[in-house]
Design a protein around this ligand. Sequence first.
Ligand code: MG
Length: 362
Amino acid sequence: MRIHSVELIPLRLPLVTPWHTIGGELNDRDVLLVHIETDGADGWGECAAFSTPFYSPEFVESALIVLRDRLAPLLTAASAVTSSGLSELFAPVAGHRMAKSALEMAVLDAELRTEGRSFAEFLGSERTVVPAGVAVGFQDSPSALVDAVAGYAAAGYRRVKLKVEQGRDLDHIEAVREQFPALSLQVDANGAYGRDDLGHLARFDGFGLSLIEQPLDAEDLVGHAAVAERLATPICLDESLVSLHSVETALALGACDVVNLKPGRVGGYHEAKRIHDWCVERSIPLWCGGMLETGLARAANIALASLPGFTLTGDLSGSDRFFRDDIITEPITVVNGELAVPTGAGFGVELDLDAIKHHRLG
Ligand code: MG
């Protein structure tokens, strides 16, 4: 396939409620879309980076520069492009995985639309629905958190993830667990704790959590191995896992029992599929993490999460979880606690061009 043009579209989408997480507080979701024109169908991609680099080194403006000045020129200069060949094409650019993933998405979408195939069909998945899960940001008090969780439980979400940090952990988790004794519950620390906190973290074992996500710094795999040794609750990694190699390393060190897979973080859906297959061979449980995606990447993630290795419920919620006005024409909705795997060509959603125009920055 030949790529004729790459258009970068920065958007600012208002969030339904502010999102409070470690080191970050968002009232809007700034997101960078990629639109490509090819000699076949057009394709759309979405960059997972946030407006500020609180989650990882990448942010919207850095991604925009790398895409505009480094990656897009490589793509348009190539005489023939395939989504599976992009990691080699982009090899001259180190890192910047979220930027690369956004372009890979657009090429993959264009390829599949040209062939008239859905992403789920391409992946070889057979499930038609996946369970819906939700991540709940920090709330002002344990009772406010219980109220927020109650709303999602009533909306049919089957698993809830809570953000935790020192001072907003034990009493918050305890309040939710007391109110919802049977709820599938997990927590995410986004690296908020240190090696000195092992005794404190061990107290999490009393809450029947399905896992603790990224308790320590992303680079501290040895520290995570010590946490895994001390705690009965499974340890899941997020920020630490940026490639199949880093997944292999974390597992070899005993730093990780469960993998949170985010395609943007690992450079795209092809690498995500390789990690999935590697984990399936070794019976390592997976789930699909969320980055406050629009309906575009959400649709792609739902298809990914329909693969058999995703044995745990992911951060996969309906469009209305984050956005009053999403950029896809048909909202993604939770029905009986489940989300339908898209069946249309490409990622199976149509972009709402008026909404994109309305929310476009610059
Ligand atoms: Mg996380």
